[in-house]
Design a protein around this ligand. Structure first.
Ligand code: FE2
Ligand code: FE2
Length: 237
């Protein structure tokens, strides 16, 4: 058993628990706890805002099997490969179809009181932001990581963490626009497929950010040098 697993769960950070316990991220999602961008917050503090009963969530976490195998590697090079294949490629494959579906649903159901007006544009913005961000990781940060720890890596990591915060903000806007997945009773097949796709995007993106913020980046943790050494990360593309 690891040192951190002996700590009371209440006193651990959400990101630590998500790394330690396979299945914890699904519990956090169900209770509305932000384990990716908000991964530095202690569980006891995180439950206050959504008003979740701390005992209940600790009980659910304790029931998870700590010995269950993770669905992802931990070693940096293998973890980067996993992130590229499972998340970067998936976002690129699925987002354009979600934009098309959202445009169709908004057009066909424009007069419906529950139509998700604005969702297509929000998804387009998300696709552009994510593409720019992923290109920076692929062209600069991940190649640096494959060369091993080095002081200058702190700046691109800090930059990517800030952009992850922005993605989290966009995700909250998306979740409001699609009414947290609540479909009207007369929703057509396209509408149902759209909401299922947005939910999958949200789940994937939170897991993607969690793996980078809480598992990959901490393996290269260094203090920021006094001056930025890697200005290329500040510019899109
Ligand atoms: Fe990424
Ligand atoms: Fe990222």
């Amino acid at each position: 058993m690891s040192k951190s697993s002996a700590q009371p769960l209440e006193d651990m950070r959400l990101g630590e628990i998500a790394v330690l316990l396979p299945g914890a991220t699904a519990v956090f999602r169900r209770f509305g706890l932000d384990f990716c961008c908000g991964g530095d917050v202690l569980l006891a503090d995180a439950v206050r805002e959504p008003g979740v009963a701390l005992d209940q969530i600790v009980d659910e976490l304790r029931r998870l099997d700590q010995s269950a195998p993770s669905s992802h590697p931990r070693e940096p090079a293998a973890l980067i490969d996993h992130i590229l294949e499972r998340y970067h490629e998936t976002h690129r494959r699925e987002l354009p179809e979600l934009v098309r579906l959202a445009q169709k649903v908004e057009r066909v159901h424009a007069s419906h009181p529950d139509a998700p007006i604005g969702l297509a544009v929000a998804l387009e913005h998300m696709a552009i932001e994510l593409e720019t961000h992923m290109q920076k990781e692929e062209a600069v940060l991940f190649p640096m990581m494959r060369m091993g720890p080095q002081p200058m890596i702190a700046h691109p990591i800090a930059r990517m963490r800030l952009e992850h915060d922005d993605h989290g903000e966009r995700l909250r806007e998306l979740e409001t626009l699609y009414r947290h997945g609540r479909l009207p009773e007369d929703a057509c097949g396209s509408w149902q497929a759209l909401y299922a796709g947005v939910k999958k995007l949200a789940d994937d993106l939170m897991q993607h950010i969690h793996l980078e913020n809480n598992l990959l980046f901490p393996q290269f943790a260094t203090d920021l040098p006094a001056t930025p050494i890697c200005p290329g990360m500040a510019n899109p593309g």
